[in-house]
Design a protein around this ligand. Structure first.
Ligand SMILES: Cc1ncc(COP(=O)(O)O)c(C=O)c1O
Length: 400
């Protein structure tokens, strides 16, 4: 009998850990390694936000806050939902957690019981299935293929819904593909959901501000207000404001769900840091001008990476609408032999051999639920991206 709880048997360590550890090992051995695995902007937190945090410390904002988050922050979030999404959430319909991840965890922990099904379009962010499993739920992955831009199709959603379905988790722009749903695409999905009143919608809008080519971001409740009383709209400051380490995420939803989530939080982390909350309030209420500037830099990097990857033999890469990831197919490399003599049988083999041969660290698609692909994060310098893509081209050209 293991001392560890049974619920842990369903949870896998983060799949990026293996590649990151291997990359660190090679680096320590003196190899020149380029890491394209990071899920965070390479920009620093804007100065005005840091100053607000320093001021909060000086003013003694160092005590416990309300479990749901300070009223100032929840008002700033309510104003953000109104200003940017046209959504009306009152402060008591908003909860703040230690990053978007805790908000997702609290919501699933508060609602998912043994046997409940949660539909997760694949490729997905790696934490969704593990959190669902930890809560005793059953993950129902629905494959979304490159031919449809890696986006969930209404007919596939309809086919996946059963009387046991509790949630659909939507993530647009998506990690790992960068795919973002247009209003029309979301409409097709929300129409299916309107017909199934027992299914709740968890929408993870974390990458909202990272969209390119005039793409207009929309969120399910904006497209279909009838879903508001069974939707949790999740967002945060990590990606748009380069604040991953501050740990502030939030969710807006029906008060009964928010109250339940707050109850769970009150018996775990209590709340995220009071200083981080002051910083996030300043971020949401303050100047927003650096957001499009950062997005313009990300767009240039996306174009560079997509173009260079499509010149690599056996690689095909879509140009996604948003986030800072691309999800190229390595189908053309499967069955070929790497310089080490190993035959590449999977995307895991591909990323392992690429790291060994050329020192480029990326993440295998199997981790995100759709193979044979790999994820590249382009949240790094143009110089590093150019060099990494040249190495990928050389690696692919050398496969036999
Ligand atoms: C799709 C998605 N949702 C949520 C998160 C969690 O963000 P946070 O740092 O706010 O916990 C991430 C972070 O990588 C993400 O990619």
């Amino acid at each position: 009998m293991s001392f560890l709880a049974h619920r842990l048997s369903h949870v896998k360590p983060s799949p990026t850990v293996g590649v990151t550890a291997k990359a660190a090992e090679l680096k320590a051995a003196g190899r020149d390694v380029i890491g394209l695995g990071a899920g965070e902007p390479d920009f620093d937190t804007p100065l005005s936000i840091k100053e607000a945090a320093k001021l909060a410390i000086d003013k003694g904002v160092t005590k416990y806050t309300a479990v749901a988050g300070t009223i100032e922050l929840r008002k700033a979030i309510a104003a953000k939902f109104k200003r940017e999404n046209g959504l009306d959430y009152k402060p008591d319909e908003i909860t703040v957690g230690c990053g978007g991840k805790q908000v997702i965890f609290n919501a699933l922990f508060a609602t998912v019981e043994e046997g409940d099904e949660v539909i997760i379009p694949a490729p997905y962010w790696v934490s969704y299935p593990d959190i669902v499993s930890m809560c005793g739920g059953t993950v129902v992955p629905v494959s979304c293929h490159a031919t449809t831009g890696f986006k969930l199709q209404a007919k596939d959603l309809e086919a996946a819904i059963t009387p046991k379905t509790k949630w659909l988790i939507l993530n647009s722009p998506n990690n790992p593909t960068g795919a973002a749903y247009t209003r029309a695409e979301l409409k097709a999905i929300t129409e299916v959901l309107v017909g199934h009143p027992h299914v709740w919608v968890m929408t993870d809008d974390m990458y909202e501000h990272l969209v390119y080519d005039e793409f207009e971001f929309t969120t399910p409740v904006q497209v279909e207000p009838r879903l508001k009383d069974r939707t949790l709209t999740i967002n945060g400051v990590s990606k748009a404001y380069s604040m991953t380490g501050w740990r502030v995420g939030y969710g807006g939803g029906p008060k009964a769900l928010i109250d339940a989530m707050n109850m769970i939080q009150s018996q775990s982390t209590t709340h995220t840091s009071s200083i981080s909350q002051a910083a996030a309030t300043a971020a949401l209420n303050g100047p927003q001008d650096f957001i499009p500037k950062n997005a313009a830099i990300f767009k240039e990097r996306r174009d560079l990476v997509v173009s260079m990857l499509n010149q690599a033999k056996g690689i095909t890469c879509l140009s996604p609408e948003g986030a800072f990831y691309v999800y190229p197919s390595c189908a053309g490399a499967i069955g070929k032999t790497a310089p080490s003599g190993k035959v590449i049988g999977s995307d895991t083999d591909f990323v392992t051999e690429l790291l060994e041969a050329e020192g480029v660290a990326v993440v295998q698609g199997v981790a995100f639920g759709l193979s044979p692909y790999f994820r590249i994060s382009y949240a790094t310098s143009t110089q590093a991206l150019t060099s990494a893509c040249e190495r990928i081209q050389r690696f692919c050209a050398g496969l036999r």
